[in-house]
Design a protein around this ligand. Structure first.
Ligand SMILES: [Zn+2]
Length: 191
């Protein structure tokens, strides 16, 4: 979990509760409220146990319109540096042009980050995979191609789409000021 940039939150609750894993009263709970006139309100729930290390982070978007698909086309570096991504544990993030897909799962964590932060994280993952697959030329070539694309995207030299699908509607994309109308919000069918 990381938060970057100037989209600062306000802590509205802190407490120590019983840990669901080890049962000790050492679970530190923090709730942070993020709000913005154009974007609405969102709460970040963070739990961390100082005894067993259990950790969970999730977010709830209070202005949710229900199950939704959010689509934003990134056109320049302003979009990369100033678009915020709020991804709940249940959401999938995709970018067809970059070949990115981050799926929800038991280990999934919520994230609040700029697009830049997301892309830098993708580069890290690709670098770790390069080390793990150093004998596999085919994989290495694909990873290098991926890293080149992501690097171009980071510099604002590659137009790409970012898609977040959240069956609970707890995720959000906040475009740079003045570009809010470029965000497409579609209702996700729940079948
Ligand atoms: Zn614990």
């Amino acid at each position: 979990m990381s938060t970057e940039g100037d989209f600062g939150g306000r802590v509205i609750y802190t407490g120590v509760e019983k840990c669901p894993v080890c049962g000790r009263d050492t679970l530190h709970v923090t709730e942070t409220l993020y709000e913005d006139p154009a974007f609405g309100q969102l709460i970040l729930y963070s739990q961390q146990c100082s005894s067993c290390g259990f950790r969970r982070v999730d977010i709830q978007y209070l202005e949710s319109r229900g199950p939704s698909r959010l689509v934003y086309t990134v056109e320049d570096s302003e979009d990369v540096y100033r678009t915020y991504i709020f991804r709940s544990r249940t959401a999938t993030i995709r970018s067809p042009e970059l070949g990115i897909e981050i799926s929800p799962g038991p280990e999934a964590e919520a994230m609040i980050t700029t697009l830049e932060g997301l892309l830098l994280r993708m580069l890290d993952v690709a670098e770790q995979m390069e080390v793990l697959n150093e004998d596999d030329e085919n994989t290495i070539n694909k990873l290098r191609e991926f890293k080149n694309k992501v690097s171009m995207a980071l510099r604002g030299n590659l137009k790409f789409t970012i898609i977040i699908e959240d069956p609970y509607g707890n995720s959000a994309i906040k475009p740079p000021g003045g570009r809010e109308d470029r965000l497409r919000i579609e209702t996700l069918s729940t079948e």
